[in-house]
Ligand binder design. Structure first.
Ligand SMILES: [Zn+2]
Length: 174
């Protein structure tokens, strides 16, 4: 397991895969900041940002099988990586104008064919700094301690923020 994947494991993302290992399809959902939700509020407060699409690509490259034949994770699938910014979604997993088309293309290909080679072109990309910046951000997040504890702390602050209570929706909390 690579250093980056260990970070994601510590962030609780890969663990979901293990918990649902008996399910036929294992899904990875990168989260967006949605209006009226906990993460939407946290993003507004500067307490949380959606992961970079580069982090999703790195995670999938580490978890996916090299081929569709007899691989260990050919049932891996993804969604929510291309949410449209609007009244509900305020910030999403993203790249820059240069790498976004490449990343969305690679992830769409991966969704149809969940093998490492679907990500090869993206993994070779050197046209911007987004990939290395995402790696640095993931390592920094590791240094900030347990993700779940931090999330509970953010949720307590959100509950205590009466000013935002009226704008909360009945959407799922995240
Ligand atoms: Zn970029």
């Amino acid at each position: 397991m690579s250093r980056i994947s260990r970070v994601f494991t510590e962030l609780g993302l890969v663990e979901l895969n293990r918990e649902f290992a008996l399910h036929p399809t294992q899904m990875v959902f990168p989260l967006s900041a949605k209006a009226g939700t906990l993460l939407g509020w946290a993003q507004q407060q500067g307490l949380w940002e959606p992961l970079s699409l580069w982090s999703l690509v790195r995670l999938l490259a580490d978890c996916a099988s090299p081929s569709l034949e007899g691989g260990r994770s050919t049932n891996l699938s993804i969604s929510w990586f291309d949410a449209e910014i609007g009244e509900v979604v305020r910030a999403r997993p993203d790249g820059c104008d240069l790498c976004r088309p490449l990343l969305l293309g690679a992830l769409t290909t991966f969704r149809a064919r969940p093998v490492v080679s679907s990500l090869t072109e993206a993994l070779k990309w050197r046209g911007c700094d987004c990939g290395s910046l995402a790696d640095e951000a993931a390592l920094r997040a590791r240094g900030e301690g347990d993700f779940r504890k931090r999330l509970v702390g953010i949720a307590r602050r959100w509950e205590a923020d009466q000013a935002s209570a009226a704008g909360r929706t009945t959407l799922p909390i995240l």
